[in-house]
Design a protein around this ligand. Sequence first.
Ligand SMILES: Nc1ncnc2c1ncn2[C@@H]1O[C@H](COP(=O)(O)OP(=O)(O)O)[C@@H](O)[C@H]1O
Ligand SMILES: [Mg+2]
Length: 204
Amino acid sequence: MKRKIIEFKDFNFQYRVQAEPTLKNINLTIYEGEKVLIVGPSGSGKSTLAHCLNGLVPFYYDGKMTGQLKINNEDIETKNIFELSKIVGTVLQDPDSQFIGLTVGEDIAFKLENYCVDQDEMIEKVEKSAKLVDIDKEINESPYKLSGGQKQRVTLAGVTVDEVKVLLFDEPLASLDPATGKSAIELIDSIQKKWRKDNCYNRA
Ligand SMILES: Nc1ncnc2c1ncn2[C@@H]1O[C@H](COP(=O)(O)OP(=O)(O)O)[C@@H](O)[C@H]1O
Ligand SMILES: [Mg+2]
């Protein structure tokens, strides 16, 4: 049976500084292995919805949630932003704002360093993650020197390095030229297919 990974039920969110809720009566269920595109005009609340999933709302952007939001079958209110980052991996629109390491490898390893993973395991995981997104040849480069598409791959390797359950992209094509955008779509597709192969078939 398909497993629910995200479930909004009669969900509303209002920023503290706003007079009206930005998200109104959201009912949306997303199942494991699905790839879902959320479309709407600028200002319609796409990023706000994403921030409710990764914890930026309410931990960074204050406001009031009502209704229910479950991720991986657990109520979002029981999770802090650190716990959520282990479940939801976010790739922001502007990759430069997300880099922390001086090299691609360091950047990918950052999350694991926070979890005190031992060094051999860390190297293995970083290499695997870099290979998955085809950025392994640039592992010793500075992330800032890379092209827009390569930067996005580094960010993606950084969030997938510890096997998150949800990959969240906020306008992933916005800063890319059309050809790089096409390869970003193909990359997202291939990660999803690989995930389904690794997870769904052996559970059936
Ligand atoms: N940090 C914030 N503080 C207060 N209001 C915000 C904030 N971010 C977004 N909003 C409000 O939420 C609405 C939706 O914004 P957003 O989620 O960024 O939409 P989208 O990503 O679809 O362009 C905006 O019109 C604005 O009124
Ligand atoms: Mg947005």
